[in-house]
Ligand binder design. Structure first.
Ligand code: BJW
Length: 238
C-alpha cells in the first residue's frame, strides 16, 4: 500500500489507444467537415437536432465497440494500491468503469445515457433512430446526457472534484489538452494546495510548465510507470 491520496484527471488521450478519436482530433469519414466544438453545444442541438444526434450516434457506436486499454486497467489497479484514490474523467465513454475503476466522477456525463432536453430526466430504452427520439412523458427531444459548452457541470460532481483536488497529495493529469474549464482548473487547485503534479501526454499542454513530473509519452506506457514514481513520492512524504 502506497501511503498517498491520489487524484487522476483523464481526457480523451487515454482512450486514443483504444481507437476512440480525441475530441480535438480531425473527425473521420462523414464527420471530417464538422468542428466538434460547434456540434457539442446546446445551440447546435436547437438548430439541427438530427445532425447532433447522428454525430453522437456515430460516437456511441464507436465507443461501445472499443475496449479499455492498459492505461485504463493500470489506473483501476492503482486505485487498489494507494491509500485514497479518485478518478476524475472528462471522457464520456465508459472505458474506466469497464476496466474496473470504482471511484470515478464523470465530469462531462456519459454518452451512453440519454435524457430529456426539457425536463432533464434520464430516459432508458429508446430506439437508436437517425433522428432524436421524443420523451415519452413530455414529447421533448431526447439528448445525450453529456455536458455541452456553455452548460453547467453537475454541481455536486464539480464540488466533490474540487474538494478532492484540494486535499490530495498527488494529482495526475493523463491525456488531456487542459483547455476546457472548469476541469482544466483542477490541476492548478491541487498544485496551489501543495500536491505534486504529474502529467502524462504525448504533447506539450498548458499544464506542462506547472508539472513537477512530465512523462512525455502515450498513456499506456506513462501509466505503467506510475506505481514506481508514486512509491518514490510516498516514501518521500513519509
Ligand atoms: C494523448 C494520446 C495518447 C492524444 N496518450 N495523450 C474559463 C475560461 C475560459 C472559458 C471558460 C471558462 N469557464 C468556462 C468556459 C467556457 C467553456 C470552456 O472551457 N471553453 C474553452 C474551450 C476555453 N467551458 C464550459 O462551457 C463548461 N461549462 C461551464 O463552465 O459552465 C459555466 C459557464 C458557462 C459559460 C461561460 C462561463 C461559465 C462546460 C464544458 C463542457 C465540455 N464538454 C465537452 C463535450 C462533452 C461531450 C462530448 O464528448 O461530446 O467535453 S468539450 C470536450 O473537451 C469534451 C472533453 O471532455 C473536453 C476536454 O477535452 P480533452 O479530453 O482534453 O481532449 P482533447 O482532444 O482536447 O485533448 C486530447 C489530449 O490527449 C491532447 O493533449 C493530446 O496530446 C493527448 N493525447 N493521444 C496520451 N495516446
Amino acid at each position: 500500500m502506497i501511503d498517498l491520496d491520489v487524484v487522476v484527471l483523464t481526457g480523451a488521450g487515454i482512450s486514443a489507444e483504444s481507437g476512440v478519436p480525441t475530441f480535438r482530433d480531425a473527425q473521420t469519414g462523414l464527420w471530417a467537415r464538422y468542428d466538434p466544438q460547434e456540434l457539442a453545444t446546446p445551440e447546435a442541438f436547437a438548430r439541427d437536432p438530427k445532425l447532433v444526434w447522428q454525430w453522437y450516434g456515430w460516437r456511441r457506436r464507436l465507443t461501445a465497440a472499443a475496449q479499455p486499454n492498459s492505461a485504463h486497467f493500470g489506473l483501476a489497479a492503482l486505485e487498489r494500491e494507494v491509500r485514497a484514490f479518485t478518478l476524475l474523467t472528462q471522457n464520456v465513454d465508459d472505458l474506466h468503469y469497464r476496466a474496473g475503476s470504482v471511484s470515478v466522477l464523470e465530469l462531462h456525463g456519459n454518452i451512453h445515457r440519454t435524457r430529456c432536453s426539457i425536463e432533464g430526466v434520464v430516459v432508458e430504452g429508446h430506439d437508436e433512430d437517425d433522428a432524436p427520439p421524443q420523451c415519452p412523458a413530455c414529447g421533448g427531444w431526447l439528448r445525450p446526457d453529456v455536458v455541452w459548452f456553455g452548460e453547467m457541470l453537475d454541481a455536486w460532481i464539480l464540488g466533490e472534484a474540487e474538494r478532492r483536488a484540494s486535499e490530495c497529495d498527488v494529482f495526475i493529469s493523463v491525456g488531456t489538452s487542459a483547455q476546457v474549464y472548469p476541469a482544466a482548473a483542477l490541476p492548478q487547485t491541487a498544485k496551489r494546495a501543495g500536491a505534486a503534479l504529474i502529467e502524462i501526454n504525448i504533447d506539450d499542454t498548458a499544464l506542462s510548465s506547472h508539472a513537477d513530473y512530465v512523462l512525455r509519452e502515450p498513456a499506456t506506457s506513462g501509466v505503467a510507470q506510475l506505481e514506481g514514481l508514486l512509491n518514490t513520492l510516498g516514501r518521500r512524504s513519509g
